[in-house]
Design a protein. Structure first.
Length: 203
């Protein structure tokens, strides 16, 4: 089992600690993030406060989608791997005054993707819910080169889900959105692979 703690600073919602215990496999990170996003954007939608998070991630993903095959170092040098420049990921709990946290427990399933359970503060406001989602994404972006290619496509797939299938305020979206995003992302990569093979860019 793996766990992730996302801890807020009481003084500043944009200072966040993300800690992993029992590191996830790299290919599991995008699933865990999709599940976390779907859960928290549902909570925000119930508060009538989901637009800021969705617009932030959608805007970043649109900018990044055409650059997913650019070499990673160029993406990082251009600053495109930063979702929010005002968000600070701190290195330890000593660097902040802790004020609430989310805990994600990730356990292997008998088949398919891992099971993710999420526990968090009932009174988390919009800025902290938004910061938690972005902080987990940034944590994975900073550590996994593949996540830079995966996240934009998943964000745009989630945008399509919420536009065409279910509104994020619908509780069914929490379970259905991550599955939809995985399917649409897989379609994208299959189509992209065929294009690249057809152009002779892949052997």
């Amino acid at each position: 089992m793996s766990s992730i703690r996302i801890v807020f600073d009481r003084r500043d919602a944009n200072r966040v600690l993300v800690e992993e215990s029992g590191a996830l496999q790299e290919h599991e990170q995008i699933w865990v993030w999709d599940v976390f996003y779907a859960s928290l954007v549902h909570a925000l939608a119930r508060q009538g406060d989901a637009d800021d998070l969705r617009e932030l991630l959608d805007g970043w993903a649109v900018q990044m989608a055409s650059k997913v095959y650019i070499p990673e170092d160029k993406v990082r040098t251009a600053g495109l791997a930063r979702i929010r420049r005002d968000l600070e990921l701190v290195d330890s709990a000593d660097a902040l005054e802790a004020d609430g946290l989310f805990v994600l427990q990730v356990s292997a399933a008998e088949s398919g993707w891992p099971e993710v359970s999420i526990a968090g503060p009932d009174d988390a406001d919009g800025p902290r819910l938004t910061a938690a989602v972005v902080a987990l994404a940034q944590h994975f972006l900073d550590r996994n080169p593949l996540f830079i290619r995966e996240l934009p496509i998943h964000v745009l797939s989630l945008r399509k889900f919420y536009a065409d299938v279910l509104d994020p305020s619908d509780p069914r979206s929490v379970d259905q959105a991550p599955v939809f995003a995985l399917g649409k992302a897989l379609e994208y990569y299959q189509d992209a692979g065929e294009v690249l093979r057809g152009s002779g860019s892949l052997n």
